[in-house]
Design a protein around this ligand. Structure first.
Ligand SMILES: *Cc1c(COP(=O)(O)O)cnc(C)c1O
Length: 436
């Protein structure tokens, strides 16, 4: 697959070779990562990358688009089938790009929106002061409970109180580090009550939602954005979806006919020309491939296994005396609060890396440490499940993590765990095409 690259640029080839070896050898627990199929990678590595195709299929600003049009239509039809929805746009280059189009469509600069607190699991693009979403718009937040029966979870009564208090134009749902499912119907009731539009960013759980193992936001949210590369296991990219298209409530009209435009037209325009130029047609072809992979029954088995593995890991952590935020998980990820172990997220991440176990340090709700240190780690099971780990392997992984965290600076422990990691990953091989 890669002989041309090996011959023409041995330097870059060697870097790729080392990265593939790293992915093969280690245990990947970063919750936002996954391993795509060889078919997805092959679609990406094609001359479709050469094609400019600004506009939508059948309405492009460039000639020669007949074949990429078919690819994009296929991606759109498959995405619609996957999410049982009326409209999609598969062009966003990333999750953040898809979100930019949402803001551009729903808000004017200075408008207030309500989203999940970044310190409680929300994403950078949900109002961080260093991101356009927090720079251009006024972000208000709801969070998770500190104590009580809903500790670590969102209390919908509080979301309602906050919405009534700040009267947002838009309410966002979605997170990068929240291990529980969302009550979309309750969010919609609140949004309707304050006359706000409801946006769900399903970047993380998209694959689990497609497989039907988590609640479905599409019947409730006005707009849904996602990445395609996390639990959905496609190429790096983004997408916008609407369960049902509707007439825009802003009174925006079509330039020539004066007709009130549909939301789909506004979102399409917000992607291009609003926030992007030419779409990545090689990536869109790879999205089509990934959507087809997610449409077969085996993907539902995968999603269920991801969930079972996460539940098994969370339980194993609890049994070993770790504090798992909210007491467990509904999806593919969990947050482990290390304060009762006298460890920071930074120390834990570094020690685990020395044993070839990759996790990321993460703020926990009500954290007293900085984002560079943090009190927790975030772990997810999407990637290890792709390479065949089951509940039993998941429990073994927790035992290895525990061994490292009990002696975080002990090099003998690192070495011994690294050897056990090698053994586990050798039993579940990943990619062989570079090293072969
Ligand atoms: C990962 C993520 C994104 C951003 O996706 P990129 O493709 O990295 O831009 C947006 N929103 C949420 C909730 C995410 O978890």
């Amino acid at each position: 697959m890669m002989t041309s690259l090996r011959n023409s640029d041995p330097q870059v080839y060697a870097i790729i070779e080392r990265e593939v070896a790293r992915q093969n050898a280690g245990i990947e627990l970063i919750a936002s990562e996954n391993f795509v199929s060889r078919a997805v990678m092959q679609a990406m590595g094609t001359p479709l990358t050469n094609k400019y195709a600004e506009g939508l299929p059948g309405r492009r600003y460039y000639g020669g688009c007949e074949h990429v049009d078919t690819a994009e239509d296929l991606a759109r039809e498959r995405a619609k089938a996957l999410y049982h929805c009326e409209w999609v746009n598969v062009q966003p280059h990333s999750g953040a790009s898809a979100n930019a189009a949402v803001y551009l469509t729903l808000l004017q600069p200075g408008d207030t929106f309500l989203g999940l607190d970044l310190a409680h699991g929300g994403h950078l693009t949900h109002g961080s002061p260093v991101n356009f979403s927090g720079i251009l718009y006024k972000a208000e937040y709801y969070g998770v409970e500190r104590d009580g029966p809903l500790a670590g979870r969102i209390d919908m009564d509080r979301v309602r109180d906050k919405a009534l208090a700040v009267r947002p134009k838009m309410i966002s749902i979605g997170a990068s580090a929240y291990s529980r499912d969302f009550d979309y119907a309750a969010f919609r009731t609140i949004a309707d009550e304050v006359n706000a539009l409801l946006w769900m960013d399903m970047a993380h759980p998209a694959g689990l939602i497609a497989a039907g193992v988590l609640n479905d936001p599409l019947p409730h949210a006005h707009i849904v954005s996602t990445t395609t590369h996390k639990t959905l296991r496609g190429p790096r990219g983004g997408m916008l979806l609407m369960g049902q298209d509707f007439e825009n409530p802003f009174g925006k009209v079509a330039p020539k006919s004066g007709r009130i435009r549909r939301m789909s037209e506004l979102f399409d325009a917000a992607v291009f020309p609003g926030t992007q130029g030419g779409p990545l047609m090689h990536v869109i072809a790879a999205k089509a491939v990934a959507f087809a992979e997610a449409l077969v029954p085996a993907f539902k088995d995968y999603a269920q296994q991801v969930q079972r593995n996460a539940a098994a890991m969370a339980l194993a952590f609890l049994e070993r005396g770790y504090h798992v935020v909210s007491g467990g998980t509904d999806n593919h990820l969990m947050l482990v609060d290390l304060r009762n172990r006298g460890l920071t997220g930074k120390t834990a991440e570094k020690a685990l890396q020395a044993a070839d176990i990759t996790v990321n340090k993460n703020m926990v709700p009500f954290d007293d440490k900085s984002p560079f240190v943090t009190s927790g780690i975030r772990l997810g099971t999407s990637a290890v499940t792709t390479r065949g780990f089951t509940e039993e392997t998941a429990r073994q992984v927790v035992a290895l993590i525990d061994a490292v965290l009990q002696k975080p600076s002990d090099e003998d422990t690192h070495r011994s765990v690294r050897n056990q990691v090698r053994e586990l990953t050798r039993q579940h091989p990943l990619y062989d095409f570079v090293l072969a």
